[in-house]
Design a protein around this ligand. Structure first.
Ligand SMILES: Nc1ncnc2c1ncn2[C@@H]1O[C@H](COP(=O)(O)OP(=O)(O)OP(=O)(O)O)[C@@H](O)[C@H]1O
Length: 334
C-alpha cells in the first residue's frame, strides 16, 4: 500500500531580483522585478508502507523543498501529494498525526522551554495518553539516553543533544511515516552511531522512512531504495546497488602476469579499452566499458598474449559513483 504519493509535484519560488546595496533596495521599490526558481520539478514519487528510501542530491537540488511539500509545510505550485490517501493541505490535522519530521538544520523544540516541557506540549497536541507517553519516553531514554537532556532549555542544548531531543519530538506520536532531513549533520561519530542504530530500530518496527542526507554512511545498510534528485528532477529511482549499473559504465581489470606482456599487443587485441602499465612490469590494468565488453571477453583476449597469474575487477563504490553523478562526471546511460 502506498503511504506517500507525489504526482507531478512542482514548487516554483519567486525571488525579488534586486541590485546590491541600498540603491538596489530603493530601486526595487519602484521597479519590481522577480526571478522564478523551480526547486522541485514534476516529481513523481511513491513510497510503500514500510519502505526506507534515501533521497539524495547535490546542494540546492530540491531535497528539503520536497520534504516540506510532502509534510504540508509548503504548498505545491502544481501537482499533488497524498499521505495515506490524504492531502496535507486539506486534511492538515489527520496528516500531521501520520507524519514525523526531523530537520537536522532546524529544531522544532521551543527555545525557552526545557526539553521535557516541549515534549509534553507535543504530547498534548498529538493527544498521546499519559501511559503511552511514559512508555515511549522510557524507550527514548533507553536508546537515545534522553534523560540527561530533558531538563535542559532548548537554546542550551548541544547539537548532539538537540538532535536526540528532536528525534524524540518527531517520533513521540509514533507516526507511520517519518522524514529525516540531514538527521546526523554535525554529530560526532559516537552520537551518529547511536542515532543510526535508532533509525534501524524504527525502520524494523515497520515505520516508513524517507531519509535525506549528504552522508552516505547514513544510507548504506539502512535504505535499499535510492532516489537521486538533481535540479528539481528525479534522475534515478531504484535499488541502491543498481545505481552503479545505471551510471558507472567503466570497469577496471587489474592483471598480474608471470612474464612481462607487450602492452601494445594487448592494446591491439582490445580496441576501445585503455591499457595502462602497472607499478611493476608484471602488472597492468585494462579500463573498459562494460556495455561494449565483459570482463570475460577481456580475460579471453589476454590469455594468448600474457600468462596470467592473477586478476581482479575494480567495481566503483556507491559513494564514488554518487559523488561523480553530482559533479556531472557520470550521466545516466540510455
Ligand atoms: N523559501 C525559498 N525561497 C526562494 N528560494 C528557495 C527557498 N527555499 C529553497 N529555495 C531554492 O530552491 C532550491 C532548492 O532548495 P532546497 O533547500 O530544497 O535544496 P536541497 O537539495 O535541500 O539543498 P541542500 O543540500 O543544500 O540542503 C535552491 O536553489 C534554493 O535556493
Amino acid at each position: 500500500m502506498a503511504l506517500v504519493e507525489a504526482r507531478e509535484l512542482t514548487k516554483v519560488f519567486r525571488r525579488p531580483d534586486k541590485d546590491p546595496g541600498l540603491r538596489g533596495a530603493v530601486k526595487h521599490l519602484f521597479t519590481r522585478r522577480f526571478v522564478d526558481k523551480t526547486a522541485v520539478d514534476h516529481v513523481d514519487l511513491t513510497i510503500e508502507a514500510g519502505e526506507a528510501v534515501a533521497y539524495v542530491g547535490p546542494n540546492g537540488a530540491g531535497k528539503s523543498t520536497t520534504v516540506k511539500l510532502l509534510s504540508g509545510i509548503l504548498v505545491p505550485t502544481s501537482g499533488e501529494v497524498r499521505i495515506d490517501g490524504l492531502s496535507p493541505q486539506r486534511d492538515r490535522m489527520a496528516v500531521s498525526h501520520r507524519i514525523g519530521v526531523l530537520f537536522g538544520q532546524r529544531t522544532q523544540l521551543w527555545w525557552d522551554l526545557p526539553v521535557s516541557e516541549s515534549l509534553a506540549v507535543l504530547r498534548d497536541v498529538y493527544g498521546v495518553d499519559h501511559g503511552t507517553y511514559r512508555r515511549r519516553m522510557a524507550r527514548f531514554e533507553d536508546v537515545l539516553e534522553l534523560g540527561e537532556v530533558l531538563p535542559v532549555l532548548g537554546r542550551k542544548l548541544s547539537l548532539g543533544q538537540r538532535m536526540r531531543a528532536d528525534l524524540a519530538a518527531a517520533l513521540l506520536h509514533a507516526p507511520p511515516v517519518v522524514y529525516l532531513d540531514e538527521p546526523t549533520i554535525g554529530l560526532d561519530l559516537a552520537v551518529k552511531d547511536r542515532v543510526r542504530e535508532f533509525f534501524r530500530t524504527v525502520r524494523d518496527e515497520g515505520t516508513t522512512v524517507m531519509l535525506t542526507s549528504h552522508d552516505l554512511g547514513d544510507i548504506e545498510g539502512f535504505c535499499r531504495r535510492l532516489v537521486i534528485i538533481d535540479e528539481g528532477r528525479i534522475i534515478f529511482d531504484g535499488d541502491l546497488e543498481a545505481v552503479k549499473d545505471a551510471f558507472a559504465r567503466e570497469r577496471i581489470l587489474n592483471v598480474q602476469t608471470e612474464t612481462a606482456a607487450v602492452l601494445d599487443d594487448v592494446r591491439a587485441a582490445l580496441p576501445g579499452a585503455q591499457v595502462t602499465a602497472g607499478e611493476t612490469p608484471l602488472q597492468f590494468s585494462v579500463r573498459f566499458d562494460r556495455f561494449t565488453m565483459t570482463a570475460g571477453h577481456v580475460v579471453t583476449a589476454l590469455a594468448p598474449l600474457a600468462n596470467l597469474v592473477d586478476f581482479g575487477v575494480d567495481e566503483p563504490s556507491i559513494e564514488d559513483v554518487i559523488r561523480r553523478v553530482y559533479s556531472g562526471e557520470l550521466v545516466l546511460t540510455p
